[in-house]
Each structure stands twice: as structure tokens, then as C-alpha cells.
Write a new protein. Structure first.
Length: 68
């Protein structure tokens, strides 16, 4: 199966993330907002943190490599 130029996931689509990753991002976002960061910037930083910690929108399951 080959990917075409228009086949990528749209920006902002969080469907590939687990519920745990979504909760983590929400908690991080709230923490940034408490420190005075705007909602939009807090959301960006939260998802960047989740991506860095968990390696992106990976689903849990067997066969995943541990990158720690």
C-alpha cells in the first residue's frame, strides 16, 4: 500500500492517541494555563510533551519497542 500526498492525518487529529495520552495532555495543558500560558500555546506544549515522552500517537500493545 502506498501513501499519496493527501493521505496523511489532518493536523490536530488526536484519534491515534490512547485515552491515557489524552488525559496526560489535558493535565499538562491545565498546568500550563495555571501558570499564565494562553490556551492555544498550552495545548501545543502539552501535545509536544506527550509526543516527546511517549513517541507520538502510539497505541499500546505487544511488539512495541521501549525507547527509554
Amino acid at each position: 500500500m502506498t501513501k499519496k500526498k493527501g493521505d496523511k492525518m489532518p493536523q490536530g487529529d488526536k484519534s491515534a492517541y490512547t485515552d491515557k495520552q489524552k488525559r496526560k495532555a489535558e493535565h499538562i495543558e491545565e498546568s500550563y494555563e495555571k501558570r499564565g500560558v494562553s490556551h492555544k500555546e498550552a495545548e501545543k506544549r502539552a501535545w509536544a510533551t506527550v509526543n516527546k515522552q511517549d513517541g507520538g500517537g502510539n497505541k499500546s500493545g505487544s511488539g512495541r519497542k521501549n525507547h527509554s
